[in-house]
Design a protein around this ligand. Structure first.
Ligand code: ZN
Length: 422
């Protein structure tokens, strides 16, 4: 299994200079190659691959002698990474590759020949850089990316293969549903509510002050640079606080449960709402879900997302009756508690939603395991009892359920297609 460990580096003055030079050369090469690719496309209508631009490095080295001072494999890696960036763009995973600026985060990548020692990292052409190796790196090192952020901190992200197989994901054990929101950061199906810490709001005044100081400094002056670092430091503080909170909460949820179910949120769409954009951008739901996912997968636990159109808030988790099932009105946001008309259970809005998310996730997982079983037995004509396996005591009417959740789009297409072809 591939793993990444990010360690802090403390290069001395000379090493900082060498790194700055390497960052600069790689950035220049990236921008040069990107420009070349753009122009070639304009003139011939054909793009260049990463391997093709890699071949021009020797010629460039003759023309620009300072390029030779940077480790050659880092330069080659720039071209390959640019090729990957274009692939990601063409396959709609990313935006069009952009030019790199010297005012932002800097990085270089080493595909091999880096040694990790107890307290140092041995880097070609730069030497032994002091490092804090805070966890063991056991296995074959794939790549090492050295970076510098805007507040002048250095890091190395070490990607390595620990040689172990990926653990099988089991679903037996305690399951939890997590509903994320703005008032409470997360509400779980076992009734815990975690407050939204709002780190940006807490540091907003400080940030505003530092940004005002920056804007008053003369452009290009030394004082402006100092003020810039102060702004970067506040941003760094906010990021660190948020990451710390998200890591601790996701770790706790993963440690206590075997199956974790969340909603797949359309954060890009939600952020377009100008009233909520700032609140949603600072809360970090996306990062939280990513952390839950990889932490669960590393330990053989299951992470499942349910469709965002699944009516988790307005369905009663006891009798599965839906509020206003005839009209398709959502439950108004200001209603925090409600009573089911059919079974008269009193619900806390968020906890009820979290329980519904958990049950829906379990239903999807059971349905999938039934389908996989049926297919492997080569008699997958009926998809089985997946719908009822989760809550056998409750009869579920399909009337109020939207098609998107009964068909289960989440990772199920492959099974459905095979089933149809049988
Ligand atoms: Zn009910």
């Amino acid at each position: 299994m591939l793993k990444v460990v990010k360690v802090r580096l403390y290069p001395d003055i000379q090493q900082q200079q060498l790194l700055a030079q390497a960052f600069g050369s790689c950035r220049w090469l990236w921008n040069y190659c990107l420009n070349l690719m753009n122009q070639t496309y304009k003139e011939t209508g054909k793009g260049l691959s990463g391997y093709e631009v890699k071949k021009i490095i020797p010629e460039l080295k003759k023309e620009y002698e300072w390029l030779s001072q940077t480790y050659s494999q880092c330069l080659q890696q720039v071209c390959l990474n640019l090729g990957v960036a274009f692939n990601n763009f063409f396959e709609k995973r990313a935006q069009y590759p952009s030019f790199k600026s010297k005012h932002r985060k800097q990085s270089i990548q080493y595909p091999q020949n880096i040694k990790v020692n107890e307290t140092t990292l041995t880097v070609p052409k730069i030497g032994n850089i002091k490092a804090i190796i805070h966890r063991p790196i056991e296995g074959k090192i794939k790549t090492v990316t050295i970076s510098k952020n805007c507040s002048n901190q250095y890091f190395a992200a070490i990607l390595f293969d620990d040689g172990k197989d990926k653990l099988e994901q089991k679903i037996e054990g305690s399951a939890i549903g997590v509903d994320v929101g703005l008032t409470h950061f997360a509400v779980t199906s076992n009734g815990s509510k975690f407050d939204n810490p709002r780190f940006l709001t807490k540091h907003e005044k400080n940030l505003k002050q530092k940004q005002q100081q920056l804007s008053r400094k003369q452009k290009g002056s030394n004082n402006r640079n100092k003020a810039r670092i102060k702004v970067a430091r506040v941003h760094r503080k906010i990021t660190n606080c948020r990451e710390d909170f998200l890591h601790k909460l996701s770790r706790r949820i993963v440690n206590e449960n075997q199956v974790i179910v969340t909603e797949n949120l359309n954060i890009k769409g939600m952020i377009k709402n100008p009233c909520l954009a700032k609140a949603i951008a600072q809360v970090g739901w996306g990062m939280f879900c990513t952390m839950l996912k990889y932490k669960a997968e590393n330990e053989g636990k299951t992470y499942q997302e349910v469709d965002r159109f699944f009516p988790s808030s307005k369905t009663c988790h006891v009798c599965l009756n839906q509020v206003g099932a005839n009209g398709h009105s959502p439950l108004p946001l200001d209603i925090r508690h409600w009573t089911c008309e059919k079974c008269h259970t009193k619900h806390d809005r968020d906890i009820n939603a979290a329980i519904n998310i958990r049950d829906e996730g379990l239903r999807i997982l059971r349905l999938r395991s039934v389908q996989v079983f049926n297919l492997s037995a080569a008699e997958g004509l009926t998809s089985g009892t997946g719908d009822k396996a989760c809550r056998p005591d409750v009869s579920r009417s399909n009337r109020g359920r939207k098609k998107s959740t009964t068909e289960l789009s989440v990772g199920q297409e492959a099974y459905c297609v095979r089933e149809a072809s049988l």
